[in-house]
Design a protein around this ligand. Sequence first.
Ligand SMILES: Nc1ncnc2c1ncn2[C@@H]1O[C@H](COP(=O)(O)OP(=O)(O)O)[C@@H](O)[C@H]1O
Ligand SMILES: [Mg+2]
Length: 234
Amino acid sequence: MLKIDGLKVNYGGIEAVKGISFEVPDRSIVTLIGANGAGKSTTLRSIVGLVRPAAGNIQLEGEELTGLPTDRIVSKGITLVPEGRRVFPDLTVLENLKIGAYLRNDSLDDDINWVYELFPRLKERSWQAAGTLSGGEQQMLAVGRALMSRPKIMMMDEPSLGLAPIVVRGIFDIIREINRQGVTILLVEQNANMALKIADLGYVLETGRITMSDTGAALLANEKVKEAYLGKGG
Ligand SMILES: Nc1ncnc2c1ncn2[C@@H]1O[C@H](COP(=O)(O)OP(=O)(O)O)[C@@H](O)[C@H]1O
Ligand SMILES: [Mg+2]
């Protein structure tokens, strides 16, 4: 469904992503794991048009996305849940959700109900300012806001960051459920253990290059992956 071919991204003279290629099949969960600074966020940001690639192609269902502005890319069905959640702290939960649908002009009621079914805690806190939510609840809100654009693919940048393990487990259960309901997932994580457990396919990113790719289960059992990425956490 999503195909990345030879993607390169530079910041000034720094090559952050050095020509990577990977695919995200329809309705799958794919994870990109890697250490801090490997180029994970840069990859996601370039897919959604927030940074301009120096080379390479990005295609969704055979259609070229490379170089399109972010709003066009989002309206074609790709959304990003950014690192650090980035909810609007002074707006209510409901207002934050409505912002996720800013490119649409049809009725939002069904989608708001869908998000509230997935996250009953958000429904209870509909009128609460987002800044007063816990970290886990803010992550739920960031996911809910992304779903309001009715994405075919939801990309998530380190949803587990800074959250307690039990909260992370809850978030990952919901990611699975969202996927079961037909949304393709591209998940970027330093928490390789959790990510590989739910992933159909995984890619290991090291300083801007993909060094390994396999099924989630195979990578989880791989000695090199265990040594480098599964030592702690999860
Ligand atoms: N806005 C930026 N300007 C300059 N360098 C950046 C910028 N964002 C990221 N980088 C650099 O690009 C590399 C990859 O960063 P990033 O994609 O954020 O990695 P990750 O998400 O895997 O931690 C790092 O060396 C980082 O310092
Ligand atoms: Mg990052």
